[in-house]
Design a protein around this ligand. Structure first.
Ligand SMILES: Nc1ncnc2c1ncn2[C@@H]1O[C@H](COP(=O)(O)OP(=O)(O)O)[C@@H](O)[C@H]1O
Ligand SMILES: [Mg+2]
Length: 244
């Protein structure tokens, strides 16, 4: 189980996260929804230490990290628990599909090349892209690049996968293939935290939904609770705008 407590983050005067606390059970899929600029990406980035939070703790099965007091070793340990799937894929453009996954395994897991290659091949197959093994990102569609991004994140076998609007840069017809891969991960009980604007998908795939606004969690509950019975007029308004 992952417990996140009281995360604060400011950029200068701008308060972006004002005390975020939540927990994610093993095998759970938690979606984060909410308007732009409310700190959703910053929150995910703090979990993976791509951003340095000002305050807060994260614990993985009781192994606790104090985000205000991190050193090189604890940063490395914290990062090893999660892996991120980015909106803009963040693949190395000068490396092939398989090399992108392998390099990550070699860097994060200190795997030897042979084991990294076999592992990368396995995850390429999982996302249905074995035949694109030696293609460069520029030779792949956005949807295929994102599936490589997902394979790269899965390959390190993280405790939790963090998705930051994984489909928002994609054309509508490509979105469904990426969502299918994420759905399969959910069925396989991969623990995930997903920032998304795909409301129908969030509702269908999530065990829990967080609505974030102004650097805080305004509501946290089952999809049914948040999507159908929210007591917050603000959430009902946001959802009705998203449906249009
Ligand atoms: N590196 C940064 N420096 C300064 N401000 C930032 C930085 N990253 C994000 N912000 C600001 O923090 C706020 C929250 O951003 P973000 O976490 O990207 O929101 P969301 O993902 O919900 O759209 C925004 O006002 C954004 O402009
Ligand atoms: Mg964002």
């Amino acid at each position: 189980m992952i417990e996140i407590q009281d995360i604060y983050k400011s950029y200068g005067e701008l308060k972006v996260l004002s005390g975020i606390s939540t927990s994610v059970e093993k095998g759970e899929v938690v979606s984060i929804i909410g308007p732009s600029g409310t700190g959703k990406s910053t929150f995910l980035r703090c979990i993976n230490y791509l951003e340095e939070a000002d305050k807060g703790t994260i614990s993985f099965d009781g192994q606790k990290f104090d985000l205000a007091d991190m050193d090189k070793k604890s940063i490395k340990d914290l990062r090893a628990h999660s892996s991120m799937v980015f909106q803009q894929y963040n693949l190395f453009l000068n490396k092939t599909a398989i090399e992108n996954i392998m390099e990550h395994l070699i860097y994060v897991k200190k795997m030897g090349r042979e084991e990294a290659e076999a592992t990368a091949e396995k995850y390429l197959a999982t996302v249905g892209l074995s035949e694109k093994r030696d293609s460069y990102p520029g030779q792949l569609s956005g949807g295929q690049q994102q599936r490589i991004g997902i394979a790269r994140a899965m390959a390190v076998n993280p405790d939790i996968m963090l998705f930051d609007e994984p489909t928002s840069a994609l054309d509508p017809e490509l979105i469904k293939y990426v969502l299918t891969v994420i759905r399969e991960l959910a069925l396989a009980k991969q623990t995930m935290l997903i920032v998304t604007h795909e409301m129908r998908f969030a509702r269908e795939v999530s065990d829990k939904v967080l609505f974030m606004e102004g650097g805080k969690i305004l509501e946290e509950g089952s999809p049914e609770q948040v999507f159908e019975h929210s007591e917050h007029a603000r959430i009902r308004e946001f959802l009705s705008l998203m449906e249009k």
